[in-house]
Design a protein around this ligand. Structure first.
Ligand code: GTP
Ligand code: MG
Length: 273
């Protein structure tokens, strides 16, 4: 009946999205979120411990959007806590302080962390990133100017906003633009399919690829202790080769991982002669 129809229509229109915040400690990630959600500003610095979670409802055109915000701690100490929250993200606030060159230089590192932590299932290219040049109120010392920040962001296809969590400047516009862009992405089918549909490979394969990608040397790549003998090298190699042979594995990154272990084995055997 018409009641159910209306209800179904509403369900279709409502959307759940996930947004994360990234950037060095003290750049103002939590304050930007607080400014938007609670319309207030706190001067005293209270470092986020690990991760803060909040939900807010917003409207984009005729859609009601439930936004889950995961506000990450910028301090390296909390890497272990925040790293698992990168997955299944549609939007990311990438924040720096216009008065801190370091915080601007760190942006590439934050992108790399996101790329790395999303793992083989997610694609960072599907994440809408908004770069926030924060603390722009007049009279405050500034070392990264508008054009430098904007160029960095736009050359990577990111949104760019100048913001101040203190005065509220740019904050509402920044969030609203991000949410609108996310909704558009979802409507265009940009939403990643759920892993259950796409997975044609095992967790063991995915984990091996990830480990190989992250390893610092050939020993680590084959999962060996430095100085292992030829037998051990060959055995470890064979096990991985069976797992990752491009003819057998459809896991993304198999081919590169396979090449890497072939190379690692060659290098190690040569040096153990
Ligand atoms: P972590 O949680 O440690 O990663 O830091 P954060 O990025 O969340 O920083 P937070 O939002 O806690 O703000 C850090 C400090 O900067 C606080 O003292 C804030 O009051 C101050 N701050 C945040 N935004 C602004 C701003 O727009 N202008 C000025 N002047 N100060 C700000
Ligand atoms: Mg914080």
């Amino acid at each position: 009946d018409s009641h159910n129809l209306a209800k179904r229509k509403e369900v279709r229109k409502s959307l759940r999205v996930k947004v994360i915040s990234m950037g060095n400690p003290e750049v103002g990630k939590s304050c930007l979120i607080k400014r938007y959600c609670e319309k207030r500003f706190v001067h005293k610095y209270m470092a986020t411990i690990g991760i803060d979670y909040g939900v807010t409802k917003v409207h984009v055109r005729d859609r009601e959007v439930k936004v889950n915000i995961f506000d990450m701690a910028g301090h390296p100490f909390f890497y272990e806590v925040r790293n698992e929250f990168y997955k299944d993200t549609q939007g990311a606030l990438l924040v720096f302080d216009v008065g801190s060159r370091d915080s601007f230089d760190a942006l590439d590192g934050w992108l790399a962390e996101m790329r790395h932590e999303m793992g083989p299932h997610g694609s960072p290219d599907d994440v809408l990133v908004v770069v926030c040049a924060n603390k722009v109120e007049t009279g405050r010392r500034r070392v990264v100017d508008d054009s430098e920040g904007r160029l960095w962001a736009e050359s990577r296809g990111f949104l760019y906003f100048e913001t101040s969590a203190q005065t509220g400047e740019g904050v509402g516009e920044m969030f609203q633009t991000l949410f609108a862009a996310i909704v558009e992405l979802c409507d265009n089918g940009g939403r990643r399919p759920t892993p259950a549909v796409t997975v044609g490979f095992t967790k063991e394969q995915a984990d091996a690829i990830r480990r190989i990608r992250n390893s610092r040397d050939c020993w680590e790549m084959l999962g060996l202790k430095p100085g292992a003998n030829r037998d051990e090298i060959n055995k470890a190699y064979r096990k991985l080769a069976v797992l990752l042979h491009p003819d057998k594995s459809v896991a993304p990154g198999s081919e590169d991982a396979f090449k890497a272990i072939v190379n690692a084995r060659t290098v190690l055997l040569r040096s153990s002669d």
